[in-house]
Design a protein around this ligand. Structure first.
Ligand SMILES: Nc1ncnc2c1ncn2[C@@H]1O[C@H](COP(=O)(O)OP(=O)(O)OP(=O)(O)O)[C@@H](O)[C@H]1O
Ligand SMILES: [Mg+2]
Length: 457
């Protein structure tokens, strides 16, 4: 740690304050003391600590109320709660409300120091990141999260609040709503940003290989294990591990994952000893996890572990006010990439786009923008118009029967192939096999429906 880090410690017990100041002093912290929530807020207005440690039970403001007041003044400031009476519910509640950590009394000061060191580093990094953010976002181009609707602003606020903590985040939302983008944003804004973000798609890895994918294996652990392999958890040590499509995880792997999250150590397949890992977990799914829990396909204990901070991404059709900014963003990026002028949207175009249901959400919009840059708006708008008409009446009596049926078949095929492509992460061979059609045939259909494997990798 560079220089003594200033932390604010709040406890109504004078003896506890004294012991804490002494012990944390030895660990290299400068400690400001407060005996109540009110005094803590006063200290905060005249100083700039990098973290707060507070007792949970205090006469005036309790620790959780104090945390809310502190976060109102200093969003994201690391907050550690300490209590004599720990229950799982209060711990979960504390984390959900934004605590970075939760400790029980009697305090082990080596443990508290460790937690604080981590929090302080995160806070310092976050402050640097906040300063740099403007620049970074400009440089990031496609990595940028765009949107100014109330729903998206709420998402950005949540991202800012949870990013610097180590809290586990569960991202929900329809396909193409930006779950992966948000997962990356959380990582970039966290104290772990200097290390690479590690992503695993839980559907893409065959069941038999999942354990080795997650935890690695020793040479010779099983047939085909010709060399030792480091798993994703170890790769993500000190960083963020993103488990995408977590709802599809095999039950046997769910049990192992739960153990790792509880114990924070992994055992490589075929190894004798466990290895400690420090990994921040972010997961995503577009499935109904609660239903999966009810039906016994997803472990409820794992569900609670992962669902500490739920973050729901709104579908694009519910926030048409974001369209202008998203259009500008994607059209600008693609025109730059292809060296083409930005195609002007005809006057009635925006209304047409805002009325469209966007089943593929922002990803679909992005693809349409690419098409518009390359081929102009006419084709895109007529597709959107046709889709809208189709939504109004999928049984279209204005068309002859055969043609109406053909339209419906196409719509079905497009959706069918989209889902398979997503499941198989764009592996065309697998999709063709699953669909029982020839690869050449599949390519033709994808072309006809404007589907690109690159969108699903
Ligand atoms: N708010 C946004 N601003 C800018 N680009 C976005 C936004 N949301 C999504 N995108 C872009 O849309 C595409 C799809 O986003 P992403 O892959 O994060 O979706 P997803 O929710 O993970 O979808 P799926 O469930 O299909 O995996 C990406 O190219 C992403 O950059
Ligand atoms: Mg995704």
């Amino acid at each position: 740690m560079t220089g003594d880090a200033l932390v604010l410690l709040v406890d109504d017990d004078p003896g506890a304050r004294k012991v804490a100041r002494g012990n944390l002093g030895l660990e290299g912290f400068e400690v400001l003391l407060a005996s109540s929530g009110a005094e803590a807020l006063a200290r905060l207005s005249e100083s700039d600590p990098l973290a707060v440690v507070s007792d949970l039970r205090m006469p005036d403001l309790d620790g959780i109320e104090l945390m809310a007041a502190v976060h109102a003044a200093r969003p994201g400031l690391p907050f550690v709660l300490v209590t004599a009476h720990a229950t799982v519910e209060t711990a979960v509640e504390a984390m959900r409300r934004g605590a970075v950590h939760y400790l029980t009394k009697p305090i082990r000061f080596d443990e508290l120091a460790l937690v604080l060191r981590h929090a302080v580093e995160g806070e310092r990094a976050r402050r640097d990141v906040v300063l740099l953010r403007g620049e970074l976002e400009r440089a990031a181009g496609f990595e940028e999260l765009v949107g100014s609707s109330p729903a998206m602003r709420q998402v950005f606020t949540m991202v800012d609040q949870v990013a610097p903590t180590d809290a586990t985040v569960l991202l929900r939302g329809e396909t193409g709503t930006g779950k992966e983008l948000v997962a990356r944003a959380i990582h970039r804004r966290s104290g772990r940003h200097a290390r690479p973000f590690v992503a695993v798609n839980c559907t893409a890895v065959p069941r038999e290989l999942m354990e080795s994918e997650f935890f690695g294996h020793e040479k010779g652990a099983f047939t085909g294990a010709v060399a030792r392999r480091v798993g994703r958890f170890e790769q993500a040590h000190g960083s963020t591990l993103f488990l995408d499509e977590v709802g599809d995880l095999d039950p046997a792997v769910q049990a192992k994952l739960l153990r790792v999250l509880q114990e924070q150590e992994i055992t490589r397949v075929g190894a004798r000893d466990a290895v400690r890992v420090d990994v921040r977990i972010v997961t995503a799914t577009n499935r109904d996890l609660e239903a999966a829990v009810k039906e016994g396909r997803f472990r409820d204990d794992l569900y609670y572990r992962l669902n500490v901070i739920p973050l729901q991404l709104p579908p694009l059709r519910e926030r048409p006010q974001d369209l202008p900014a998203l259009l500008q963003h994607f059209l600008g990026s693609f025109s730059e990439r292809y060296g083409r002028p930005v195609p002007a949207l005809p006057p009635e175009g925006l209304a047409a786009l805002q009325g469209y249901a966007w089943p593929g959400n922002v990803r679909e919009l992005r693809n349409l923008c690419e098409r518009a840059v390359l081929m102009g708006w006419a084709g895109v708008l007529s597709m959107v118009g046709a889709a809208r008409t189709e939504e109004v009446a999928f049984v279209d009596t204005a068309l002859p029967l055969l043609e109406a049926r053909q339209r419906l078949v196409e719509r079905f095929e497009r959706e069918y192939l989209t889902r398979l492509l997503r499941q198989q992460r764009g592996r065309v061979g697998e999709v063709a096999r699953a669909a029982g059609i020839a690869e050449r045939n599949l390519y033709e259909k994808m072309k006809a429906y404007g589907l690109s494997r690159d969108d699903y990798r």
